[in-house]
Design a protein around this ligand. Structure first.
Ligand SMILES: Nc1ncnc2c1ncn2[C@@H]1O[C@H](COP(=O)(O)OP(=O)(O)OP(=O)(O)O)[C@@H](O)[C@H]1O
Ligand SMILES: [Mg+2]
Length: 147
């Protein structure tokens, strides 16, 4: 998807984040990589749950913190990666995670900054930050590819 200038939203709760993810999903294409940034509990997995729902995936989407990667078959394959337990790009390469960065699905990566130097140039960066009340999140989307 093409999304060069930063765009910001305020999400007032998980359902809002699902809606935002659904809007986003409509613009995504196979091969797109989403780097999800934000602290523990900021809503990265929640956003991927919204993407999955929008891609017609019925299976529950849980956090791949221990499995590192979960694969789902929707209208387009969805690869959900969580790098919380990965130290750096070297470790990610040893585990073969780079193949998902140039694959045929939509790849959403939590803690993507751990492999910053491996992310393809057209990566869409999504940042979730705390808002003014407990359920509020400030969401910034930046990046994307041309074609
Ligand atoms: N506006 C919001 N958007 C997303 N999640 C929200 C929002 N408001 C509250 N929440 C809650 O915050 C929590 C976010 O948890 P989630 O697992 O998505 O975070 P995460 O960023 O994936 O954390 P981790 O780094 O541990 O994987 C959920 O319990 C969710 O219901
Ligand atoms: Mg998570």
């Amino acid at each position: 998807m093409k999304e060069h200038s930063p765009r910001r939203w305020v999400s007032q709760g998980p359902e809002d984040t699902f809606r935002l993810a659904a809007d986003l999903a409509r613009k995504l294409k196979p091969g797109d990589v989403l780097a999800l940034h934000g602290e523990l509990g900021s809503g990265k997995t929640t956003l991927v749950q919204g993407l999955a729902r929008a891609l017609g995936i019925d299976r529950p989407v849980s956090s791949p913190t221990f499995t590192l990667i979960n694969e789902y078959r929707g209208s387009c394959p969805l690869f959900h990666i969580d790098l919380y337990r990965i130290r750096d790009s070297g470790e990610a390469l040893e585990l073969g995670l780079d193949e998902y960065l140039y694959g045929n699905g939509i790849t959403a990566i939590e803690w993507a900054e751990r492999i910053a130097e491996l992310l393809p140039p057209g990566t869409l960066h999504i940042r979730l930050e705390p808002g003014e009340h407990p359920d509020e999140r400030l969401v910034t989307i930046q990046g994307g590819r041309d074609s």
